[in-house]
Design a protein around this ligand. Sequence first.
Ligand code: PGA
Length: 227
Amino acid sequence: MAGGEMKNLWIIANWKSNKTIKEALEWIEYVGPRIERRENLKVVVCPPFTDVEEVKKQVVVGNFPLMVGVQDLSPFEAGSYTGEEAATIMRDFIELAILGHSERRQNFGETDEMVAQKVKQALDHQIIPLVCLQGPETPVPDRCQLVAYEPIFAVGSGQPDTPDSAEQIAQVLKQTYPNLEVLYGGSVNSENVKSFVEKDNINGVLVGKASLDPEEFVKIVQVCQLI
Ligand code: PGA
């Protein structure tokens, strides 16, 4: 980076609806000891809700430099909302919440308004909201400082956007929202991660499929450790 300053690099594993508790703990056991503890390196694992508590315990016991997150949050406070996970309940275990993922928007009817409500819940309860933007036209909710540009064509397709296009979008977003950190997501793996994270305006990656395999995920982190 210009001036030799170290930018923050977020590497976020989005497991989606995958992994039993046993599989989750095996992943942590492999990945945890292999992550470097570095101020600017923020590695976050986002398991399904059912795994969160055990994953958090194992991270604490192992003293691993890993943060734990979730893939969604309730737009409401705790109360009579069947099936929802409130920020007030989750905040004991997590530091971050992925919000507004395209799979939630497409399959569960999530709207920009709901995403904004979820962001507010996260911020009110000291959880970092990471909002997924499907393009530069997706609104960035108030007070949100971390987003991932995830074009729908690139998610789960094996066809990532080009690093130049992602960089250009990150630059536009940062001009519009001055304190924003922008990640890229969509078919990131250990082969292509460098081309994204070496861009000046890209502060890391959101990784789906390639994060499920612990060895592949460690390779991704190791590439980032050299940036
Ligand atoms: P993918 O998913 O890496 O499997 O494309 C990314 C995401 O959905 O966050």
